[in-house]
Design a protein around this ligand. Structure first.
Ligand SMILES: O=C(O)c1ccc(O)c(O)c1
Ligand SMILES: [Mg+2]
Length: 620
């Protein structure tokens, strides 16, 4: 596969774009003409820059409003084309992308267009150049690739071919089947883009909401299968019009793009060697969660965990790290100085600095992470301590990988004899992370690229101060469930988390138990308190569901929230925020598969109330 990207897809000046694109491992670029026009330097320099960087220029684009023009516009269009041929020769590319005419002056007629292309083909051939025709979904006369192909077929010229773009094919819902019958040598370029399902005019949808394959909802895989069936072996070029992408770190966007092509995974000759991807290794569990705190907060966190039924089960042999356990849950409280945890604490305050995931094969996991350009991390360890392979995750936190069996991470801990845990909480149900809205697609792709997780449909949750987008990623057996949250409104819980925590990170962790009523009453007896839920909520629940009065009373007394789906029932309760940063949730699932989304607004309102009462002096 020749991996390409259009320069329009990322931000920066043309020379920066090219360096970033090459560094991410692409073989080729489509030069977007606007990027060249804005660039202060001759075309030859751009061509040389590309060849020095090992990038082939697979096309210059777009050339607009060409076919079907009446005179005098027709003559002018040919003159314009000759100028662009000059430019192409200086750049060192042989392909010009012509997108279908949108001009109100243009005339329809397949043969008229075919005649124009035949003549353009003659002129291109005289210079050893080629022209590809692409149907824009909003083209005035040609908006369907099947019509563009008919024009190319009738032009019947070796220098005239077809350009296929997954967005223009899939967004209007055209069938991909007919692609299979197009001879591969007539397809000059394939452009790839995905997009979220939106009820929007197709032009705005295309210009602002395109995303990398796999990040949206279009059936790009079906499109690729049809392309494969033709035997096409030319460049696959990402062409993403998205204002957010251009506003982000160009390096990260380029790497996300490369990952999307790696995940599409068509083999073939590549110039810049991109290592092959090893299979995803499956995640068996969250082996531990590590909290970074200072000494004072270490005491407070230990107290909270104790109230929730956790027991101290180990001290690290050489660092100020405690292990607290319950059921299959292990939490580390790290207050050691001169450590990764301390630098995380210094930047973010109290919070989760690392998650350790059990995977079936760590070497495979790290090799895949490496090939996908994840940042690997190793921290200095004391004598005889094991090194745990890790990569950078959300907000600069770490993801450690551990294999079950072999060498156990807890060899570094001296066991503490305790009276045994309270035994209420069984395992981690899910972990919720907040991040910048602009970074959400990138992290979704990160998790989906590394782990065998599926995306559930995205939800919108109403916070008292704005909307929050929420995306669940989970594997088949539920041993890894992640909830990503982000908001564009600056004062939502999710956004305030970012400003107060100085970055993205874990906002809450949910623990699963078998009997939430028993668990919560024991926790209360041990001193735990939970988020206060208004009576109005319980009146509403009562009106919606016919719950036994005892059950409802018990929920109300304990601040337990309720939801129901086709499969079962769900109970959830929240702790207060620890150090105003993160909180815990306790859940009981009775065959229920969701995450209590209908209650999220209630929870957010309650948390907002609590946060306000902390910051505002009481009146009277
Ligand atoms: O939005 C556009 O104008 C435009 C231009 C060139 C393309 O290849 C394309 O898919 C869209
Ligand atoms: Mg296109």
């Amino acid at each position: 596969m020749i991996r390409s990207i259009a320069t329009v897809s990322i931000g920066g000046a043309l020379d920066e774009k090219l360096r970033t694109i090459a560094a991410a491992g692409f073989d080729a670029v489509e030069i977007f003409e606007n990027d060249f026009t804005c660039f202060d330097g001759p075309a030859r320099d751009v061509g040389r820059m590309c060849s020095d960087l090992g990038l082939r220029i697979c096309a210059l684009q777009p050339f607009r409003d060409f076919e079907g023009m009446p005179e005098p516009q027709r003559r002018l269009a040919f003159r314009r084309a000759e100028k662009k041929f000059d430019l192409m020769q200086e750049l060192g590319t042989d392909l010009l992308l012509v997108c279908s005419n949108v001009s109100p002056l243009s005339l329809g007629g397949i043969d008229r267009a075919a005649d124009d292309f035949r003549e353009l083909g003659e002129r291109a051939a005289a210079r050893g150049l080629r022209v590809g025709f692409e149907a824009l979904a909003w083209g005035r006369h040609v908006n369907d690739y099947r019509d563009a192909w008919e024009i190319v077929r009738r032009a019947d010229h070796p220098s005239i071919g077809l350009i296929l773009d997954s967005f223009h094919t899939l967004a209007p819902g055209f069938p991909v089947g007919p692609i299979r019958a197009i001879p591969a040598d007539r397809i000059f370029l394939v452009q790839l883009a995905d997009a979220p399902q939106l009820d929007l005019d197709v032009l705005s949808w295309s210009r602002h909401f395109r995303c990398f394959p796999g990040q949206g909802n279009l059936p790009v895989a079906d499109f690729m299968q049809a392309i494969d069936a033709t035997g096409y072996g030319g460049p696959l070029s990402l062409e993403i019009f998205n204002d957010q992408f251009r506003a982000q770190s160009t390096r990260e966007v380029a790497i996300d793009g490369m990952r999307s092509l790696q995940l599409i995974g068509r083999d073939g000759a590549t110039g810049n060697a991109v290592p092959a991807l090893r299979a995803r290794s499956s995640v068996s569990d969250v082996a531990f969660v590590e909290f970074a705190v200072d000494q004072t907060h270490a005491v407070g966190l230990a107290r909270l965990l104790g109230e929730l039924g956790f027991r101290l089960t180990g001290y690290h042999r050489s660092k100020a790290v405690e292990r607290w356990s319950q059921g299959a849950i292990n939490l580390l409280i790290n207050s050691s100085e001169n450590s990764f945890a301390r630098s995380h604490y210094t930047t973010h305050g109290s919070g989760v600095c690392a998650l350790a995931l059990g995977v079936d094969d760590v070497a495979t996991m790290m090799s895949r992470a490496d090939a996908l350009q994840a940042t690997t991390f190793r921290q200095p360890v004391g004598p005889d301590e094991m090194t745990i392979p890790a990569i950078r995750g959300v907000g600069g936190s770490l993801l450690y990988f551990l294999e079950p069996g072999s060498e156990n991470w807890d060899v570094d801990f001296t066991a503490v004899a305790s009276e045994g845990d309270a035994g209420f909480l069984d395992h981690i149900d899910h972990i919720s992370q907040s991040m910048r809205f602009e970074d959400m697609l990138s992290w979704e792709q990160f998790y989906a690229a590394l782990f065998d997780v599926q995306r559930s449909p995205q939800l919108e949750i109403s916070d008292p101060l704005g909307l929050v987008k929420s995306q669940v990623l989970q594997n088949r057996n539920g041993s890894l469930r992640l909830v990503l949250n982000a908001s564009t409104a600056s004062q939502t819980m999710s956004s305030r988390f970012l400003s107060e925590f100085f970055g993205a990170g874990v906002q809450h962790i949910a623990f699963a138990c078998d009997d939430i009523f028993k668990a919560v009453s024991a926790m209360r007896a041990a001193g735990a308190t939970f988020l206060n839920i208004p009576d109005n909520y319980y009146d509403d629940i009562d009106s919606r569901y016919e719950l036994a009065p005892d059950l409802l009373r018990s929920m109300k007394e304990n601040g337990i929230l309720y939801d129901r789906d086709d499969e079962g029932e769900f109970f959830q309760v929240y702790t207060h925020a620890f150090d105003e940063r993160f909180f815990f949730e306790i859940v009981e699932r009775r065959k229920y598969r969701g995450f209590g989304a209908p209650n999220a607004g209630i929870r957010l309102a309650a948390q907002t109330r609590e946060a306000r009462s902390r910051t505002m002096p009481r009146s009277g």
